[in-house]
Design a protein around this ligand. Structure first.
Ligand code: FAD
Ligand code: SF4
Length: 603
C-alpha cells in the first residue's frame, strides 16, 4: 500500500518524518464536532509541500475532519465509505482540501468515531437453516469490506487499550493496531500484526469467547468493537489472498523436541520451536492431529478443513506429526525422552467430571466427549467416504428421535445441544446448577472483567427457533436417573437448588421428573490423565494437573515442559495458544543454554 509522507508528527513538531497515514488524521478525528471530509488522493512517495500547521489551520477553518485514504481506493468504495462516514464532501487531494470551500454545516456533528457507528457483528446463518446441516454457523456472505472498515473505525485508539491487558486478550493481540490497519485498507499488514502474537487466529477468530470485547473501552459507554470478527476477517482474507504460505526455517539447530498432544497448546509450541530451528515431532494418540480443535469443538463452530489447512502448513514447514501414538501406552515415554533433547507435554485435561447419583450406571447416560468425538469421526468418514477415522458404529451415540437432557452449561453443553439438534432429537433440555445470570453486569462484576451476563449461544438459539423455547433450566440439581426394566434411562429427577452459606442447598418440595432417553454429562473436566505424569514421576498439583509454574512451564523433570489444559486445567483455546507459545520459548531457552554450555566446555 502506498505510504504518505505527511508533514509533521501529530500534535508535535514538524519533523517531516515518514509517518503512517494514521498518525496525523487521528489527531483531526479527535477534534470531535467537525465534519468529515474524505481525501481520496494523497501524495505518494514524496514529501508534500504543506506543513501540518497549514493543514490543521485549513481543517479548522472549514470545520472538517480529514479522512485521508490511500491512492488506489476504487471510486465506488470511496463513495460508499464517504456515505457511511457521513462525509460532507470528497476532495481529490490534500491540495484540494486546502483550497476547498467550506462544506455545509451538519447537525449534530459526530462526537467520536466509536459513537458515530453502530456495532454490527458479522451475522450467523439463520438458526432454522443452519440446523439442517453441519456447516459453520458463520455466514459465508458476511459483511463487505466497507462495513468491515466501518467496524474497524469504531476502535477509539483509547489511551490504555484494556482489550490487550490481562483482563482482555490472553495472547495480547495488538488489537488497536490491526483495527487501525484494516481501517486504512492495509489488510496484509494487519495480518502480520495478528500473527505476531497469535499463531492460529483462524481458530480464535471462530471459537474464542472474546474476553477482549468484555474489556474494550468503547464497551464502557457503548457496545464494544467487534474484535473477534475483525480477527476472523483478517486471517481469512490472508488465506484467500495467498498471503499465508509455509515459512520453512533456513537454519536448523540440530536439537530435537517431542511435543506430546496436538491440541492448540501442542501446535503453538511446535510452531514456535520449529521456527526457532529445532526439529519438532508431534505425537498424537488420535488418528488425526488437532486435539479438541479436531475431535471436540464441533464443525458448526470450527470447520475441520480449517484445522487441516493449518496442520498442512505446519507439516510443510517441517513439523512431523505421528498419529496413533499414545505416549506411555504404545510409545515408551523413556525412549521418547532418550531420543529427544526436550519434551513438551500438551496432553489436555480429558478426565470428565461424573455425576454419581442413583441410576448413573443405566444405559443412555454418556459423557459429552463420547457423544461429540464419535459424531466428529462419523462426519469425517461421511465426508471422505473412508473408515480412516476409525468411526465405531457400536459406540456411536445418536440423539435422533430422543428426549435429550444435557447436564451442565458452558461451551461443551452448548455443543451437545447443537449436535443433538442436528441429529433431529425429539426435545432437548439443558440443566444448569447455578442461578440464571443477570442481563447486565452486577456491581461485583465491573468492567473490564469478563461480563458474567445472560447470553444466547448458537445452540440455545437453534432450540428456541425449532421448539419455541430456550432449553435452559437454571438452579436445578440432578438427584436421580430413573431407569426402565431394561436398565435404560427413562427420566431424570431433579430438585431446585440455591447457593447457601454451606454451599448448594436443595429447596424442599421442588422435586421434578423430566422424561429423558439420552442424558449427556457436560459438567467439565477434572484433570489430565495421569499415565504420562506417573510414568515420568512428575510432580502434580492438588488438582492433579502437571506442576509447572505459569510463565516458566518447567516440570519437576529436567527438559520436560508442560503447557495448556494439562498444566492449567480445562480452559480456552486462546489460553492453550498462550501457554504453548510460552513453553516453547522456555524450551528454546533451555536448549540454547545447553548448547552454549557445550560450546564452552569444548573450549
Ligand atoms: C466440547 C468442547 C468445546 C469447547 N469449545 C471451546 C470454545 O468454543 N472456545 C474455546 O476457547 N475453548 C473451547 N473449549 C476448550 C478448548 O478446546 C481447550 O481448552 C483446548 O483445546 C485445550 O488445548 P490443549 O492443547 O491444552 O489440549 P487438547 O486440545 O485437549 O489436546 C490434547 C491432545 O493430547 C492428546 N493426548 C493426550 N494424551 C496423550 C498421550 N499420552 N499421547 C499422545 N497424545 C495424547 C489428546 O488426544 C489431544 O489430542 C472446548 C472444549 C470442549 C471439550
Ligand atoms: S484471541 Fe480472543 S481475546 Fe484475543 S483478540 Fe481474538 S477474540 Fe479477542
Amino acid at each position: 500500500m502506498p505510504r504518505v509522507h505527511p508533514v509533521g508528527a501529530p500534535g508535535g513538531e514538524e519533523t517531516k518524518a515518514d509517518t503512517d497515514v494514521e498518525c496525523w488524521y487521528a489527531q483531526f478525528l479527535k477534534r470531535s464536532g467537525a465534519l468529515p471530509v474524505l481525501v481520496d488522493h494523497l501524495p505518494d512517495g514524496t514529501c508534500v509541500p504543506w506543513t501540518a500547521a497549514e493543514l490543521r489551520a485549513r481543517v479548522d477553518e472549514i470545520g472538517a475532519v480529514a479522512l485521508p485514504l490511500p491512492l488506489d481506493y476504487p471510486e465506488e468504495r470511496l463513495r460508499d465509505i464517504a456515505a457511511k462516514a457521513g462525509a460532507a464532501q470528497i476532495v481529490e487531494s490534500v491540495d484540494a482540501l486546502l483550497s476547498s470551500p467550506k462544506p455545509p454545516p451538519r447537525a449534530p456533528p459526530p462526537a467520536k468515531r466509536s459513537r458515530d457507528y453502530e456495532r454490527n457483528p458479522e451475522p450467523y446463518r439463520e438458526p432454522l437453516e443452519r440446523v439442517l446441516d453441519w456447516g459453520e454457523i458463520n455466514a459465508q456472505d458476511g459483511h463487505d469490506e466497507v462495513e468491515r472498515t466501518v467496524q474497524a473505525a469504531r476502535c477509539m485508539d483509547c489511551g490504555t487499550p484494556f482489550c490487550q491487558t490481562h483482563t482482555g486478550c490472553p495472547v495480547n493481540n495488538l488489537i488497536p493496531e490491526f483495527n487501525s490497519l484494516v481501517y486504512q485498507d492495509q489488510w496484509r499488514q494487519a495480518l502480520d500484526r495478528l500473527h505476531q502474537t497469535n499463531n492460529f487466529p483462524e481458530f480464535t477468530g471462530r471459537v474464542c469467547p472474546a474476553p477482549c470485547e468484555g474489556a474494550c473501552v468503547a464497551g464502557l459507554v457503548d457496545s464494544p468493537v467487534t474484535i473477534k470478527n475483525m480477527e476472523y476477517s483478517i486471517v481469512e482474507r490472508g488465506f484467500a489472498e495467498g498471503w499465508i504460505v509455509p515459512r520453512v526455517p533456513e537454519v536448523r539447530t540440530g536439537f530435537s523436541v517431542a511435543v506430546v498432544g496436538s491440541g492448540p497448546a501442542g501446535l503453538a509450541a511446535a510452531d514456535v520451536l520449529n521456527q526457532a530451528g529445532h526439529k519438532v515431532t508431534v505425537y498424537e494418540r488420535e488418528d488425526r492431529p488437532g486435539g479438541l480443535l479436531m475431535y471436540g469443538i464441533p464443525n458448526m463452530k470450527l470447520d475441520k478443513d480449517s484445522v487441516a489447512r493449518r496442520i498442512d502448513l505446519l507439516s510443510e514447514e517441517g513439523i512431523e506429526f505421528v498419529c496413533n501414538a499414545e505416549i506411555g501406552v504404545n510409545v515408551d515415554v523413556d525412549v521418547l525422552r532418550a531420543n529427544n533433547d526436550a519434551v513438551v507435554l500438551a496432553t489436555g485435561a480429558t478426565v470428565p467430571r461424573d455425576l454419581p447419583v442413583p441410576g448413573r450406571e443405566g444405559k443412555g447416560i454418556h459423557f459429552a466427549m463420547e457423544f461429540l468425538t464419535a459424531n466428529q469421526k462419523r462426519l469425517l468418514m461421511t465426508k471422505e467416504g473412508t473408515l480412516e477415522s476409525t468411526w465405531d458404529r457400536d459406540t456411536f451415540v445418536t440423539a435422533e428421535g430422543l428426549d435429550v437432557v444435557v447436564i451442565g452449561g458452558g461451551d461443551t453443553g452448548t455443543d451437545c445441544i447443537g449436535t443433538s439438534m442436528r441429529h433431529r432429537c425429539k426435545s432437548v433440555l439443558n440443566f444448569e446448577l447455578m442461578a440464571m445470570p443477570p442481563d447486565a453486569r452486577s456491581p461485583d462484576n465491573p468492567w473490564p472483567e469478563w461480563p458474567k451476563v445472560f447470553g444466547v449461544d448458537y445452540g440455545h438459539a437453534e432450540v428456541a427457533a425449532v421448539f419455541g423455547k430456550d432449553p435452559r433450566e437454571y438452579g436445578v440439581i440432578t438427584t436421580e436417573f430413573v431407569l426402565d426394566d431394561d436398565e435404560r434411562v427413562k427420566a431424570v429427577r431433579t430438585s431446585d437448588a440455591k447457593l447457601g452459606p454451606g454451599g448448594v442447598e436443595l429447596i424442599p418440595g421442588s422435586e421434578r421428573e423430566w422424561p429423558a432417553d439420552l442424558v449427556i454429562l457436560a459438567m467439565g473436566f477434572v484433570s489430565p490423565e495421569l499415565t504420562v505424569p506417573r510414568q515420568l514421576g512428575l510432580d502434580t498439583d492438588q488438582r492433579d494437573n502437571i506442576r509447572a509454574e505459569y510463565g516458566d512451564y518447567r516440570s519437576s523433570l529436567e527438559g520436560v515442559f508442560a503447557a495448556g489444559d494439562c498444566r492449567r486445567g480445562q480452559s480456552l483455546v486462546v489460553w492453550a495458544i498462550n501457554e504453548g507459545r510460552g513453553a516453547a520459548l522456555k524450551c528454546d531457552e533451555y536448549l540454547m543454554t545447553r548448547s552454549n554450555a557445550q560450546v564452552l566446555s569444548s573450549m
